[in-house]
Design a protein around this ligand. Structure first.
Ligand code: ADP
Ligand code: MG
Length: 317
C-alpha cells in the first residue's frame, strides 16, 4: 500500500512594494523542505465561507491596504495564525503603548495625550465637545513634561509628524498645524546610547546600535551584558503584551535606564539596505524558523456555534 502523501502546510505573504525580504523569505521556507510551503496570498472578493488555504499569513502591508486588514480579521477568526495580530494592530497607538510599557514595569518617557486641534465637519465646538476642557492648561502640560519635549502623532510611523519643541511657543506652533491628528507630548530623553531591536516570534531579539540622526544601524557589540539582558527581556515583554510576532523596538538609554521610545512597528523595516546583510539574513532565517513552527502547529478554527469565536494563536502570550 502506498503511503498517503501529506498536504504541505502553507504560509501566505501579504506585501506591498517591498522587494528584498519577501522573495528571500519565500525562498528560504521552500528551500528547507519542512512540509511547509510559502507563497504570496492571492485574493479576489472573498466570501464568508471560502476555503482559506494558508495556515499562517504574514502581513506586511495592511496598514496601507485596508481591505487586507478586513480579510485578516476574518482569517484570524477562521483559525489562521496571522502575523501580526490584526486586532491589536487596528487598536494600537503611542499613548496606549506608553501605558502598556509602564504597566509591564518598563520605563517610558513622561507622556500626555492632547485633545485634537481640529475636527470633522459637523462637530460644533460648543455642542459636540462638552466633555473637553477648553482652553487647555498648557503651562501644566509643560510643567509635567519639561522642555525640550517631543510632539508626535499617536498613530504615526516613519517619523511623520514628529517635532522636537524647545519652548511652549514652538509646541503651540506645531500643535496648531496638527489638524485632525491625535497628538501626544513626550519628555525628550537625552540619551547616552540608542538601541533598536528586531524581535521575532515574541522571543528572538536582536539588539542593534542605531543612530536615529543618520537613521542607520551599526554592527558590533556595544552594550554591557547586563544592559543587553535587560533590553532583551523588556523587548520580549512588550512583544508578548502586544502579541506581535515581528516588531522593531527602540530604547533610549539615559543614566543606565532604558526608556521604551517606539515599539509598535508591526511591519518593521526588513529592507536589506536598512538592515545590512547580516541582520537581513537574521530576519529571513528567524522569520522562517518561527512561521514554519507555527504552520506545523494544529490549526484550530472555532467550532460552529461556539460562543468563543476568536481562536487566536493557541499560544500563551
Ligand atoms: N521621547 C523621546 N525622546 C527622545 N527622542 C525621541 C523621543 N520620541 C521620539 N524620539 C526620536 O524621534 C524618532 C521618531 O519618533 P518615533 O516615536 O520613533 O516615531 P515613528 O513611529 O514615526 O518612527 C525616534 O526614533 C527618536 O530618535
Ligand atoms: Mg520610529
Amino acid at each position: 500500500m502506498s503511503k498517503q502523501k501529506q498536504t504541505p502546510k502553507r504560509i501566505g505573504l501579504l506585501v506591498g512594494r517591498e522587494w528584498s525580504w519577501p522573495p528571500a523569505f519565500i525562498e528560504e521556507v521552500n528551500r528547507r523542505n519542512a512540509g511547509v510551503v510559502a507563497e504570496f496570498v492571492h485574493l479576489g472578493a472573498p466570501t464568508l465561507n471560502d476555503d482559506i488555504p494558508w495556515d499562517v499569513v504574514v502581513d506586511r502591508i495592511s496598514h496601507e491596504v485596508p481591505f487586507y486588514r478586513t480579510w485578516l480579521k476574518h482569517a484570524a477568526v477562521r483559525g489562521v495564525k496571522v502575523i501580526n495580530n490584526p486586532f491589536m494592530w487596528t487598536a494600537d497607538d503611542k499613548f496606549f503603548g506608553a501605558t502598556l510599557a509602564e504597566a509591564n514595569g518598563i520605563a517610558s518617557p513622561k507622556t500626555i495625550v492632547l485633545p485634537n486641534k481640529d475636527y470633522i465637519p459637523g462637530i460644533k465646538h460648543d455642542e459636540s465637545l462638552r466633555n473637553l476642557e477648553y482652553p487647555l492648561d498648557w503651562q501644566a502640560v509643560i510643567q509635567h513634561i519639561g522642555l525640550p519635549c517631543i510632539l508626535k502623532d499617536a498613530h504615526g510611523g516613519g517619523w511623520r509628524d514628529v517635532y522636537v519643541c524647545h519652548t511652549l511657543d514652538e509646541l503651540l506652533h506645531h500643535y496648531d498645524r496638527c489638524g485632525l491628528l491625535t497628538m501626544i507630548v513626550q519628555e525628550f530623553i537625552e540619551w547616552d546610547e540608542f538601541v533598536r531591536c528586531i524581535c521575532i516570534g515574541r522571543e528572538h531579539v536582536m539588539p542593534i546600535k542605531y543612530d536615529p540622526k543618520e537613521r542607520k544601524y551599526h554592527e558590533g557589540e556595544f552594550l554591557d551584558p547586563e544592559m543587553k539582558e535587560l533590553i532583551v527581556t523588556q523587548a520580549r515583554k512588550l512583544c508578548r503584551a502586544l502579541s506581535y510576532d515581528m516588531n522593531s523596538l527602540e530604547f533610549a538609554i539615559r543614566d543606565g535606564v532604558p526608556y521604551a521610545i517606539d515599539f509598535m512597528n508591526p511591519a518593521p523595516d526588513f529592507d536589506i539596505n536598512s538592515l545590512g546583510p547580516t541582520f537581513f539574513e537574521w530576519a529571513v532565517q528567524t522569520m522562517a524558523d518561527v512561521t514554519i513552527a507555527l504552520a506545523l502547529e494544529e490549526r484550530t478554527p472555532p467550532k460552529p456555534k461556539s460562543k468563543h469565536l476568536f481562536a487566536g494563536h493557541g499560544r500563551s502570550a
